[in-house]
Unconditional design. Structure first.
Length: 578
């Protein structure tokens, strides 16, 4: 099954590569003429030593030199042109797959955030770098190596056999390099990624690390990971560097040996001095692609690994199918026998869940930690697909809506609010390239965040940075609530919405919930704290992934909660439901 998935991904990658098929053929034709023009140097030396020096004709030397200048100029133009073409081939390949790989990374990370799916974009860049690197030109030049060696055979068979033997040894070295350096390169890459991931996590949680005196311990753990990465990099560099040095030494020796053997053959009157020099130059040109491939082999290995990783990613996450646009739904949400299995798990987190949330109502979802409340939030927002049963929005299954369209109809405030690099307006507008200022302000007012935002240094244009976050948890929560309400969604899903709010923030949240219900929208609130369910009309109790009670809030509280009267009167920030 896994092999079939990878094959599907590779087929998609090949289709993207085929879009530049004509350009590949163009580069191949240019490479043919460029390599033919590589014979200019050997032929020039052959003519100078065998004709010009013998005839002592300055006119012949000038004519040959002018011809060589012209031919080298044409060769330079061809080399420059094919390099420009391959740069555009690489850019086209990346542009073709950018959106597809980005969507696949986001979709897979949404259901499996702990998996290393973020490397998909780096893998795409690795393949793009290979397409624009000199090593790919070496692949185009490599078929000409046998032709150049055949030309050396024409000068003398002994020179040809020496060239052929040297080329064979270099190719064996290249194969040995590939086999012996693959694992060190892979281990170094994995260790480096782990060290980088740990450093990013420490940077993000720098305040906690500093406040809790964890800096030395964090550094020690990061240093262990970093030393492992450095050790792996040294091993990989030692292997590839050793092969590169061996190749360079052997190539230089072969060229000197070619001159020595050629000189011997000249002394024996078996060839001319011009052929001796021309043979040495031709050997250097014949071996150049092999040496280039060996020196640039890490680029090839990284691109090969990236190709396989992308193939698995794209095969695992197929393209989104086209959905027929549906009219804006009413705020009616119905779950029937809903069963959710979290990604990577075998046991269902929710089992056989039934409930209905009508327009203009607020539903509170309560239960102990791990009962499945956040799982339900992810299912309602379309992040996790049902393994059984269904969730319907205005009689249409959530799968009938495109993800971006569903996000417009169902606003979501997660437990942990994450704001992105950009202005507050950009964040409220969900990173829209051209935010609607009126809708941004309206959402902020509905979330009771307008006045708070105006008190910031630049108001809605205050820039935020994930690296230097200066907002309090409550401020981030209210901006996140405004983002969830942007565009007037039909349903609002709030997962622990008042976890960072003070009394003023809780009252603002309750006002926002009342306003949504008044305009005919509906709200679903996952809560531990009583203040969050004060405005709820319905209550759903979940325990161990199953529904234990559902109905009007007062009826459910009377039947299941001992201190329901206190909960009804509890002030914001009071204790949890018991």
């Amino acid at each position: 099954m896994q092999s079939k998935v990878i094959q599907q991904g590779r087929a998609e990658l090949r289709e993207a590569r085929k879009q530049s098929r004509r350009l590949y053929w163009t580069v191949g034709i240019f490479s043919m003429f460029a390599n033919l023009l590589m014979l200019t140097g050997p032929m020039y030396m052959l003519q100078v030593y065998d004709r010009v020096l013998g005839s002592k004709s300055e006119e012949t030397l000038i004519a040959l030199s002018l011809l060589v200048v012209f031919l080298y100029g044409i060769m330079g133009i061809l080399d420059f042109t094919r390099a420009r073409i391959m740069a555009r081939v690489g850019a086209k390949f990346q542009a073709t797959l950018d959106r597809r790989v980005f969507d696949a990374v986001v979709r897979k990370s949404a259901v499996a955030p702990d998996m290393q799916t973020q490397s998909g974009l780096a893998d795409l860049e690795a393949v793009q770098r290979l397409l624009t690197s000199p090593v790919l030109m070496a692949f185009f030049d490599l078929p000409w190596t046998p032709i150049f060696i055949a030309g050396i055979f024409l000068f003398h068979p002994m020179l040809g056999w020496m060239a052929l033997g040297g080329a064979a040894v270099l190719i064996l070295i290249a194969l040995a390099n590939q086999l012996l350096s693959r694992r060190p390169q892979m281990n170094a890459g994995v260790a480096g990624q782990q060290a980088s991931s740990m450093s990013d996590q420490i940077r993000i949680e720098a305040e906690m690390v500093q406040a809790m005196g964890m800096r030395d311990a964090a550094f020690s753990r990061w240093q262990i990971a970093r030393n492992k990465a450095l050790t792996g990099q040294i091993k990989a560099t030692d292997v590839s560097g050793g092969f590169s040095s061996l190749t360079k030494t052997l190539r230089l020796f072969l060229q000197s040996a070619m001159l020595g053997l050629g000189a011997y053959l000249v002394l024996q009157d078996l060839m001319t001095p011009g052929a001796m020099i021309a043979g040495s130059i031709l050997l250097g040109r014949a071996l150049a692609p092999v040496e280039m491939m060996l020196n640039q082999w890490p680029v090839v290995q990284r691109a090969s690994k990236g190709w396989d990783t992308m193939a698995e990613l794209l095969g695992t996450v197929p393209p989104e199918s086209h959905r027929t646009p549906l009219p804006k739904p009413k705020a009616r949400l119905v779950a029937k026998a809903l069963t959710i299995v979290a990604p990577g798990q075998k046991q269902a987190s929710l089992r056989g869940l039934n409930f209905e949330l009508p327009p203009g109502k607020a539903l509170g979802v309560i239960g102990p930690s791990g009962a499945g409340k956040s799982t339900l939030a992810k299912a309602v927002t379309g992040v996790w697909r049902p393994a059984g049963g269904s969730i319907r929005l205005d009689n249409a299954a959530l799968e009938h809506y495109a993800p971006d369209v569903l996000g417009q109809h169902i606003g979501y405030l997660p437990q942990r609010v994450q704001l992105f690099d950009g202005t507050i307006a950009d964040n409220i507008a969900r990173l829209a390239m051209k935010p609607d200022a009126g809708k941004v302000v309206e959402a902020a007012k509905n979330a009771a965040a307008h006045e708070m935002i105006l008190e910031l240094p630049d108001g809605y244009d205050t820039r935020l940075s994930t690296a230097q976050q200066r907002l309090s948890g409550g401020q981030m929560q209210r901006i996140g609530l405004a983002r969830a309400m942007y565009g007037d969604p039909a349903i609002l899903v709030l997962d622990e919405p008042n976890s960072n709010l003070d009394n003023v923030g809780n009252e603002a949240l309750n006002q926002a919930i009342r306003a949504i219900k008044a305009r005919g929208g509906s709200v679903m609130i996952m809560a531990h704290r009583p203040a969050a369910i004060q405005e709820c009309d319905l209550l759903l109790v979940i325990d161990n992934g199953m529904r234990t009670a559902f109905g009007p809030k007062d009826d459910v509280l009377k039947s299941m909660v001992k201190n329901h009267q206190q909960i009804q009167k509890a002030p914001a920030g009071a204790g949890g439901v018991t």
